[in-house]
Design a protein around this ligand. Structure first.
Ligand code: Z16
Length: 809
């Protein structure tokens, strides 16, 4: 976007006065932010409109990314960056006497996602727009996002996230594009004009789905795609039927709040309502769009791709069938061909407890026509496969079984592509978790390793590192992240290595200022910063990290003069409110922090910082300051992980199991530049199969570990009587499901290697540089390029994108 500083200052000041009718000098940061956001939205509205019109007029194929979560982070800076006016605006605001960073901070961070899955969706939206691909997001405009986390006496307390309190400058309400979503009622057959019997719905509850659109700004390419989030309202013409506040509330409830579960299926009706609500609204708006093209239904899959992000939107399959059958009068065979060709599905987990299944009665009652369609899909599936695969295999793939509708089965049968999110994850899907389906549909299965947008996670979050890289290898890496590898040429350049160290130190100082001001914890920026930031989940093994910290603590207490590498252990994690074990681990970490941080004898040698309310904004502060990246899930459990990629990109060294995308990180950066430990997934499988794992024996025979574990129950750590006992028992007596005791020794050994390497700053910085320079392949730009080419079959609308991108890898 062309904008001079002079013009910006004039126009922005004018916008401010038009909005508020007082002088900008007397305003608050929130008012300045609001005016600036509106100013920016006005400035790109023309490009937004043009992008939409171009897609429609040229009838290019578009993808619709259906996701029940989007976790975009603050948008002001990323929009400025992508519009190409970050520096102009920043300088202009300084001229006006305003504090840019204060303005940036006054934007709320929309928490419309839980973690990896939602953040991935938003990284993808950034890459889709930045590659000039015609793509749109479809999701829910939650009135309240993921809860705000507070610690009270070390316990997690959840507060509502009223993110819309001050309005939202980026969204545009489009009541003219509203559609009706129908729930409940009965299905009957009524004779149509042509004499056929047609399914007709009676006594349904009709909900108005109103879209709020947000522009997804591409990186300096004039492309503005659309993220459409739906809000539930009472249709004005139905107001007369709503007599009580309770009845009205039931409607608002649909889009009231995000379910706070990551990788766990809760199974409430309201969640099923949410899933159908945004899926049906999305399908209807796609259909409305398609009808404008005037093309025949057979061409639908040539113009539309619909992507199902995990199984939450998988009702898109029967919903598209329903529309094609009941509203557009297609035959089953025609409708099914179109649906399968249109839909593709990403699996994000192998955890059994995360697999969605809905009781038949619930689906029947809430979505009677959809249930009929699913029944027929299932009937035909079984009928067709029985003779080919026999009854055992075939019935194991049934969509309806054991009283439930199995959503993953529906998603696989009803789509043409099923992908996992990392090489290992896809292997496990094909050969284990989804092997029955892999036997039936080998060609549907493919891998798309996750990625992250380097624009937010390097360019914006770490401007100093960005400048250093620019000064060494130029700026082409910004549109071709593979070029980051050119940075390897500086592996022996002492000046570059020293600069890397200085930049890291400055970022650590920034984080230290935060912990001091916001948490009252003083940390030494010269200590090693060790970071584990992700949802609290037993399989991610934050507890293994804790055992290591306790081990260090005991060592220091035994010999307070011990020369040990000072470390700050940084945690950020929310636990699902109903996940009591995870909450007990939070309490443990906080209690341990209380003990260690206040122990004079320990001093600077050991500190624990558990940040409250970890989310995208805190990630942007922590990741650039990180030196060690903890990626220590039990092998075979983490589908991919994405914080592993963000931390690597910012120069942290990874300590990892061979799980998820860690495997590919190892492949790219090389074994010498990260620290591997623990069981691999094969070994875990064997131990699980032959039942030969006995953690109690390890406890009894490993004195060091025994001493560490005993601190959970012997009063060493104050105020965790209950939690300490539960956690101790889970490890020693109840199987230690995630093999912490088994991996303990090898984890400690890897940590000792880290301490040793850290003594040599040059060697450390060399490995840090190798990590930065090897992270190009994890750009979401590459991931999206592969989705676009191999699954969606959509083309970039930019002329030179293919020349700029993917020359190498
Ligand atoms: C989620 O964030 C993930 C999986 C899932 O089934 C549900 C949710 Cl909300 C995560 C995976 O745990 C993580 O490994 C992966 O990197 C991420 O999805 C994106 O694929």
């Amino acid at each position: 976007m062309d904008l001079t500083k002079k013009r910006f200052k004039e126009e922005f000041s004018q916008t401010f006065e038009n909005m508020y009718a007082f002088d900008i000098k007397n305003s608050t940061a929130i008012q300045q932010y609001t005016a600036l956001g509106n100013y920016l939205r006005f400035s790109y509205s023309d490009d937004w409109n043009k992008t939409n019109k171009k897609y429609l007029n040229e009838q290019v194929k578009q993808v619709y990314y259906f996701s029940i979560e989007f976790l975009p982070g603050r948008m002001l800076k990323s929009n400025l960056l992508n519009l190409g006016i970050l520096d102009t605006v920043r300088d202009g605001l300084v001229d006006l006497g305003l504090d840019f960073e204060e303005i940036v901070k006054s934007e709320v961070d929309p928490g419309l996602g839980n973690g990896g899955l939602g953040r991935l969706a938003s990284c993808f939206m950034d890459s889709i727009a930045s590659l000039g691909l015609p793509g749109n997001g479809n999701g829910i405009r939650y009135r309240y996002g993921l809860f705000q986390q507070k610690f009270v006496d070390g316990y997690q307390v959840e507060l509502p996230d009223n993110w819309l309190r001050n309005g939202n400058v980026w969204e545009v309400r489009k009541e003219n594009k509203a559609v009706t979503v129908r729930f409940g009622g009965q299905v009957g057959l009524v004779e149509a004009a042509n004499g056929h019997l047609k399914p007709t719905y009676f006594n349904t509850q009709n909900i108005l789905a109103v879209p709020y659109d947000t522009g997804m700004v591409g990186y300096q390419n004039d492309v503005i795609n659309n993220l459409r989030l739906w809000s539930a309202e009472i249709p004005p013409e139905e107001e007369i039927h709503y007599h009580t506040i309770a009845e009205r509330e039931q409607v608002n409830q649909i889009t009231e709040v995000l379910y706070p579960d990551d990788s766990n299926h809760e199974g409430q009706t309201l969640r099923l309502r949410q899933e159908y609500f945004f899926t049906s609204a999305g399908i209807q708006s796609v259909i409305q769009y398609y009808k404008q093209t005037g093309l025949s239904w057979q061409n639908f899959p040539d113009k539309i791709a619909i992507h199902i992000n995990d199984t939450h939107p998988s009702l898109a399959i029967p919903e598209l069938m329903r529309v094609l059958l009941d509203e557009e009068d297609l035959s089953w065979e025609q409708a099914w061909e179109i649906t399968k060709k249109t839909m593709s599905y990403t699996n994000h987990t192998v955890l059994q407890e995360a697999m969605e299944k809905w009781p038949i009665d619930m689906v029947k009652k809430l979505l009677p026509r959809i249930y009929q369609v699913i029944e027929e899909i299932n009937r035909r599936h079984i009928e067709k496969k029985l003779s080919l695969y026999g009854s055992d295999l075939t019935y194991r793939t049934a969509i309806i079984a054991d009283g439930y509708v199995k959503m993953a089965h529906l998603a696989i049968v009803g789509s043409h592509s099923v992908n996992g999110v990392a090489k290992l994850h896809t292997e496990i899907l094909m050969h284990d978790v989804l092997n029955d389906f892999y036997q039936m549909y080998p060609a549907k299965f493919n891998n798309k390793t996750n990625g992250i947008t380097q624009r937010r996670w390097l360019h914006l979050a770490n401007e100093e590192l960005t400048k250093l890289i620019d000064s060494k290898i130029g700026t082409d890496w910004k549109t071709n992240p593979a070029e980051l590898k050119l940075f390897k040429a500086f592996i022996a350049d002492q000046e570059t290595l020293d600069k890397l160290g200085t930049i890291k130190l400055v970022n650590k100082e920034k984080f230290a200022a935060y912990t001091k001001n916001e948490m009252g914890i003083e940390i030494n920026p010269e200590a090693l910063f060790d970071v584990q930031i992700k949802r609290l989940h037993a399989y991610k093994r934050q507890l293994l990290n804790v055992l290591h910290i306790i081990d260090r603590y005991l060592k220091i207490k035994e010999d307070p003069t011990l020369a040990i590498q000072p470390r700050v252990f940084i945690f950020g994690a929310k636990a699902a409110p109903s996940y009591s074990y995870a909450k007990q681990i939070i309490k443990l970490i906080n209690a341990l922090a209380e003990l260690i941080n206040n122990d004079q004898e320990v001093d600077d040698k050991l500190k624990i910082v558990f940040v409250e309310n970890y989310g995208v904004s805190l990630a942007e502060l922590i990741i650039p300051a990180a030196e060690v990246s903890e990626q220590i899930s039990l092998a075979g459990k983490e589908a991919s992980g994405t914080s592993n990629m963000k931390l690597m990109l910012n120069g942290a060294l990874t300590i990892a199991t061979l799980d998820g995308a860690n495997v590919e990180i190892r492949d790219f950066v090389g074994e010498d530049n990260l620290f591997l430990f623990g069981l691999n997934d094969q070994e875990v499988q064997i131990l699980n199969k032959n039942g030969s794992y006995h953690p109690r024996e390890i406890y009894e025979t490993n004195p060091r570990l025994k001493q560490v574990l005993n601190t959970l129950i012997d009063g060493t750590i104050p105020d965790i009587e209950m939690e300490g006992r539960v956690i101790f028992d889970s490890l020693v007596y109840h199987n230690d499901e995630y093999f912490l005791l088994k991996d303990f020794d090898s984890y400690i050994q890897a940590q000792e290697e880290i301490d040793l390497l850290y003594q040599n700053k040059t060697k450390w910085n060399q490995k840090s540089l190798m990590n930065i320079a090897s992270s190009g392949p994890f750009s979401a730009d590459f991931t999206i390029q592969r989705y676009a080419e191999e699954i969606w079959k959509i083309d970039s609308q930019l002329i030179d994108v293919h020349q700029k991108l993917f020359l190498t890898e």
